[in-house]
Write a protein that binds this ligand. Structure first.
Ligand code: SF4
Length: 472
């Protein structure tokens, strides 16, 4: 008998009870915390004299405010130093593991969980951060939560949630050269809208998804929330198990094989029923870039920017405003749009394979003289692995800044910010006005190779047209 989707199965296995509110109380298998959203929740706990219920299921890192130029203490920014000191105080003696910069394990919360093997199929994972959906790439149910929910999870190890509907997004076909996971998710959000996923969890499936490595699956799940979905996931398979085997937290030998059997059992059944199914032909996609100020305002690199009036009524005004802010005209393509900054980083696209692909493009080229370009690895481990392969030298020789791990210019909570009306080619996930630290800044989202192509040409460029580049 069908037990349904992975979402149904994992939900049912973690459900403690139904609450009088109608919500379900779910047990939380992993609670990731960072310096920005946890202090208030710890404060609430202290006020009530409560202890952290499951410190062994809680893990801390520092990412948003951490400087990426130098991690020397005290940090030059007082607010950043205060937040770091508060996190240190909250976790010290609590039994909570902390990927502190001194451990060499620090990094963006959605990079370190998977890389240390904390993120595993069939788990429930929460974090006070929207892009917690990233962890769904492993077949986990992963949700971003708010401050009072962080308090609840710290105090009880459980959370009250409403069950969502499940939309299967079936991406068939093979991706063309130069087309990546980022293009798939930008296309999905463009088609379904930034609110299209409200009330849903997205299950990503189909040949184009199965062919992706874990980093690509993470890029896609990461941006589920940009499409309005509460979470996104991919059913676990051999690619997932290959990634996990040998990580710090994964079981070993026999135990790994046993766990694998369980992981297989929680995959969505063949005859599972979905509330909605959307089909996308992956072989028809081209690199997608944004022209506006939401991740849903995207187009294929060769397509014209739409006339606002050609869009649905509720999108007309936002499109007009976005085009004014971005200084783009309907009918033009984004190709040739001049940029001042190139940012290769963030929890969407700063894992080792992202940096490798970027380095292949940049090798033998130079950053355009009018462009400030930076690579910000997603974690200290990614940085060290990239350096062991000599990627840092390739980027530095070309004129990129090679930074320490953190969120950096994804949101500009540290010193890495756009200035004035600078335009930025960014591998991150949000292009909202002001997102990168300047209210007049202009962000163009794209895949990591496209960011590097823009860095060397000084403008948005179809990476497939750069000569002598292997895009295999
Ligand atoms: S990299 Fe950006 S999106 Fe990811 S956790 Fe940091 S600030 Fe949030």
């Amino acid at each position: 008998m069908s037990q349904g989707t992975l979402y149904d199965k994992v939900w049912d296995r973690h459900k403690v009870t139904q609450l009088p509110t109608g919500q379900d109380q779910l047990f939380v298998g992993l609670h990731l915390i960072h310096e920005v959203t946890s202090p208030q929740a710890f404060g609430m706990l202290k006020e009530r004299g409560l202890e952290v219920a499951y410190p062994e299921l809680t893990h801390a890192t520092v990412d948003h405010i951490v400087p990426t130029a130098s991690k020397e203490r005290p940090y030059s920014d007082d607010a950043a130093e205060r937040m770091m000191a508060e996190l240190e105080e909250n976790v010290t003696g609590s039994g909570i593991d902390f990927s502190h910069p001194e451990t060499g394990n620090q990094g963006i919360v959605h990079v370190i969980g998977p890389e240390q093997g904390m993120t595993q199929p069939g788990m429930t994972i929460v974090c006070g951060d929207s892009h917690t959906s990233t962890h769904g790439a492993f077949g986990a149910l992963a949700f971003g939560i708010g401050t009072s929910q962080i308090r609840d999870v710290l105090a009880t190890g459980t959370i009250a949630m409403e069950k969502q509907k499940v939309r299967r997004i079936q991406v068939d076909g093979e991706l063309g050269e130069g087309v990546e996971a980022k293009d798939i998710i930008l296309e999905i959000i463009r088609r379904l809208g930034t609110e299209g996923g409200v009330g849903y969890v997205y299950e990503y499936a189909g040949e184009a998804i199965e062919d992706l490595g874990m980093e690509g699956r993470m890029s896609i799940c990461n941006m589920s929330v940009e499409g309005g979905a509460r979470a996104g996931y991919v059913n676990p398979d051999q690619t997932t198990y290959d990634w996990l085997e040998g990580t710090d937290e994964a079981p070993e030998g026999e135990a790994f094989e046993e766990r694998k059997e369980y992981w297989e059992s929680i995959r969505s059944d063949e005859d599972a029923e979905y509330d909605d199914i959307v089909h996308i032909n992956g072989s028809e996609l081209e690199p997608v870039v944004t022209w506006g100020t939401t991740p849903g305002q995207g187009i294929g690199i060769s397509e014209p920017i739409p006339e606002p009036e050609s869009l649905a009524d509720e999108k007309v005004e936002t499109a007009r405003r976005a085009q004014k802010h971005m200084r783009v005209e309907p009918g033009e393509t984004m190709e040739g749009y001049e940029i001042d900054v190139a940012f290769l980083g963030s929890c969407t696209n700063a894992r080792l394979p992202d940096l490798r692909r970027g380095a292949e493009i940049v090798e033998g080229r130079e950053v355009h003289p009018d462009v400030r370009a930076m690579v910000v690895p997603g974690s200290q481990r990614v940085k060290a692995a990239a350096e062991a392969e000599g990627l840092d030298e390739i980027f530095k020789e070309a004129g990129f800044e090679w930074r320490g791990a953190g969120c950096s210019m994804c949101l500009g909570m540290n010193e890495d910010q756009l200035q004035g009306d600078e335009a930025c080619a960014s591998s991150s996930n949000r292009n909202f006005i002001g997102r990168q630290g300047s209210k007049d800044g202009r962000t163009v989202l794209m895949n990591p190779r496209m960011v590097v192509a823009a860095a060397v040409t000084g403008k948005v460029t179809d990476v497939r047209e750069l000569k002598e580049v292997s895009l295999a």
